[in-house]
Design a protein around this ligand. Structure first.
Ligand SMILES: *Cc1c(COP(=O)(O)O)cnc(C)c1O
Length: 369
């Protein structure tokens, strides 16, 4: 495995190959009116190749198009793939910003390490994101929308043997997005999966890899079947501790104003939204503990009223209140079943910083142009 390739420069020369026929402005405007999530794509993409003997090379921005693949490409068989997700926001002065993209670059390196993939320099990751946002700036929606960037990397060696691939392809694509959840309800409902877990100690729970999502889909389907928006996973060892949702971290808010979120320990994805909210809560003088919280306690605290609010958080859906928790042995409601004051206050501060309408005391905003 060539984890670190010392021959890779910290910056690559990107070949620019602009789209000969980008989507006409009126058609783009029609798509941006109600983009939903993950269906509307921009005109370009970034691609960078890796080979163990050459390191990172052949960096390009080019028209977005299907990528030819050999049916024996390793990723199709052994799922050696990782990804990231971050948003570009339009600012009042007509510019564009990213929120803490260095954190995404670092997490991408950590995911790569866990999946025995090569490390992409942080500066190259950032350059690739900036370049795509700059090139496809017309695709950043106004108002509540944003441009969702999806950097990802997969094993591209043509070989059926089981080993870390010798070839990889890194790409960044972009999607104009509106709200993540279709529901206009004030809060989401979650299903506590009795049979399935997301991540086990020593596994890949802390890596952002496609395989984690593949393994979570049956539980998500079960949640949908039970009328819930999302699945919430318990720990794999004791089936007792609340870990996270399929793709979002979780917070609990108590009647004394304090908050709890499950601690990172290898089975939980270290969310950048989670880490930002921990900092913002401390800024606001809220006592916030990274502490295990059991499903039994959750139920008891919801019943007694000690638990006032619960919410899920992540880049895609930002901060989403949890109203109802359903399990095979019954369901319970949190607070009034809608959002709460602490959830809304934290969300407003975070969204304000992300959109440049609130001061950014921690230097989280990265200006693209
Ligand atoms: C991406 C992700 C999150 C949220 O991470 P953010 O950096 O806040 O977007 C939470 N859980 C899982 C499983 C994820 O894949």
């Amino acid at each position: 495995m060539s984890k670190t390739n010392t021959s890779t420069p910290q910056s690559l020369q990107f070949t620019r190959h602009l789209h000969p026929a980008p989507l006409p402005a009126d058609q783009r405007a029609a798509l941006l009116k109600n983009p939903g999530f993950g269906r509307v794509f921009t005109d370009h993409m970034v691609t960078i190749r890796y080979h163990e003997s050459q390191g990172w090379h052949d960096a390009k921005i080019e028209p977005r198009a299907p990528i030819p693949m050999d049916p024996a490409a390793a990723v199709l068989h052994y799922a050696q793939e990782i990804f990231e997700g971050l948003k570009a926001y339009r600012t009042a002065d007509g510019g564009a910003t990213l929120f803490r993209p260095e954190e995404n670059a670092r997490r991408f390196q950590q995911s790569a390490e866990r999946l025995a993939m090569p490390i992409l320099p942080e500066s190259v990751f950032l350059e690739a994101c900036d370049l795509l946002v700059n090139t496809d700036r017309a695709w950043i929606p106004d108002g509540d929308g944003s441009l969702y960037l999806r950097p990802f990397m997969f094993a591209n060696e043509i070989f059926l043997g089981v080993k870390p691939s010798s070839d990889y392809l890194f790409l960044v694509i972009a999607s104009s997005v509106g709200a993540y959840f279709k529901t206009s309800a004030p809060a989401v409902s979650v299903w506590v999966s009795p049979d399935y877990t997301r991540a086990a100690p020593g596994g890949t729970g802390a890596a952002k890899c496609g395989g984690n999502y593949a393994a979570s889909l049956i539980a998500q389907a079960e949640a949908t079947k039970h009328g819930c928006d999302q699945v919430v996973f318990l720990d794999a060892a004791e089936r007792r501790w609340v870990e996270e949702l399929g793709g979002m971290n979780i917070f609990f808010v108590f009647d004394d104003g304090s908050m709890v979120t499950p601690p990172l320990g290898g089975t939980i994805l270290p969310g950048i939204t989670r880490s930002s909210l921990l900092t913002l809560a401390k800024d606001k003088g809220i006592a916030v503990r990274e502490e295990r919280y059991s499903i039994q306690q959750w139920k008891a605290d919801a019943a007694s009223g000690r638990l006032r609010e619960a919410f899920a958080c992540g880049t895609a859906a930002v901060v989403t209140p949890i109203g109802t928790v359903r399990a095979p042995d019954g369901e319970f409601t949190i607070g009034n079943g809608g959002s709460g004051a602490s959830t809304e206050a934290l969300k407003a501060t975070l969204v304000g910083i992300q959109r440049g309408t609130t001061a950014d005391p921690h230097g989280w905003i990265h200006k693209v142009f």
